[in-house]
Design a protein around this ligand. Structure first.
Ligand SMILES: CCCCCCCCCCC/C=C/C(=O)SCCNC(=O)CCNC(=O)[C@H](O)C(C)(C)COP(=O)(O)OP(=O)(O)OC[C@H]1O[C@@H](n2cnc3c(N)ncnc32)[C@H](O)[C@@H]1OP(=O)(O)O
Ligand SMILES: NC(=O)C1=CN([C@@H]2O[C@H](COP(=O)(O)OP(=O)(O)OC[C@H]3O[C@@H](n4cnc5c(N)ncnc54)[C@H](OP(=O)(O)O)[C@@H]3O)[C@@H](O)[C@H]2O)C=CC1
Length: 267
């Protein structure tokens, strides 16, 4: 069931990075259900192809393997979109990830992996798609998934730093590119039950229960709730909104125990 018009994205083309799984998949699914043609990309070719096959039951969905940390691979995604559709209307920067660690235990390689993925990769995709499509078209829309990090992110300092950079980048490009009729916004999910959380080892389950109890709505969020926020920001329903972050977190940005993850390390 959707409250949005089924043809909200008719004739529109969207790219969802990390669209093979979890929140990205839910976003791609929702965009297709509202009439968009969709391209998904991520690193792992087989699950990416499988996701595109399933999504194609809802409409036109193409895919290309791509590590967003490599701008030449991002250019190849733009080539595919040009060949298949000749335009791009919406970019959803969803690809991202990190691992829990106390800051002092993050080595150079781990720090760089997270910064390159979440900050540099998001910048490369945004710049390439703006140059190739949005600026020539004089129209475009960027929605980037970040995390709640306004009070820091103890236990995942690398991603907190990267996402704060992305939020600030979004404010800059929203202003620089307003003259090209490009909007750029962020969505900051709280704890969302998704395949992504499954990648973390125990005792995360226990932590998730505690986070649910802390939450003022007494629950975790759903991937559909994140996708609905993306749909709003990607559509003309938000046509006078740019440079903002929309929190989808049941109030965690105002009320959360930021030390929960750190306490897991028992140090
Ligand atoms: C504890 C989780 C719940 C926290 C609850 C807090 C509040 C909830 C709010 C939710 C916040 C956000 C949640 C999410 O984002 S969910 C899921 C998103 N998906 C993922 O995070 C996917 C899993 N992560 C990754 O794929 C990786 O982190 C990474 C982004 C780094 C992948 O890049 P790459 O493929 O290049 O990485 P490598 O595996 O080659 O590793 C490179 C080096 O990084 C270091 N590293 C990697 N993993 C770990 C680890 N688990 N612990 C310590 N260090 C790690 C390491 O130096 C790697 O190099 P080496 O392998 O050579 O040692
Ligand atoms: N679940 C949650 O509670 C929250 C999630 N988020 C954020 O939402 C986004 C989606 O997370 P979620 O769906 O939960 O987790 P997933 O791990 O399922 O999604 C991450 C996606 O990003 C892709 N990806 C990762 N690194 C790269 C890369 N270098 N280049 C291209 N694609 C990449 C992965 O595919 P592949 O492995 O094939 O590359 C995967 O499809 C992430 O940015 C995450 O940090 C934010 C707040 C809370």
């Amino acid at each position: 069931m959707s409250y949005y018009a089924p043809d909200l994205f008719k004739d529109k083309v969207a790219l969802v990075t990390g669209g093979r799984s979890g929140i990205g998949y839910a976003i791609a699914e929702t965009l297709l259900q509202h009439g968009a043609k969709v391209c998904i990309c991520s690193r792992k070719e087989e699950p990416l192809a499988e996701a595109a096959r399933t999504l194609s039951k809802l409409g036109t969905c193409v895919y290309r393997p791509c590590d967003i940390r490599k701008s030449e691979e991002v250019e190849a995604v733009a080539d595919l979109i040009q060949e298949e559709f000749g335009r791009l209307d919406v970019l959803v920067n969803n690809a991202g990830g990190q691992f829990p660690s106390l800051a002092r235990h993050i080595n150079d390689k781990g720090w760089n992996a997270v910064i390159n993925t979440n900050l540099n990769g998001t910048f490369y995709v945004s710049r390439v798609m703006a140059e190739r499509f949005f600026i020539p078209q004089q129209a475009g829309n960027i929605v980037t998934i970040i995390v709640n990090m306004a009070s820091g992110f103890p236990g995942m300092a690398h991603t907190g730093a990267a996402r704060a950079g992305v939020e600030n980048l979004t404010k800059s490009i929203a202003q620089e590119w307003a003259r090209f009729n490009i909007r750029a916004n962020c969505v900051a999910p709280g704890t969302i039950i998704s395949s992504g959380l499954d990648t973390y080892a125990e005792p995360v389950r226990q932590l998730l229960d505690q986070l649910k109890e802390d939450n003022l709505m007494q629950r975790h969020g759903t991937m559909e709730e994140v996708a609905n926020a993306v749909l709003f920001l990607a559509s003309p329903l938000s046509s006078y909104t740019s440079g903002i972050t929309l929190q989808v977190d049941g109030l965690d940005h105002l009320h959360a125990n930021r030390m929960r993850l750190v306490n897991l390390f028992n140090e």
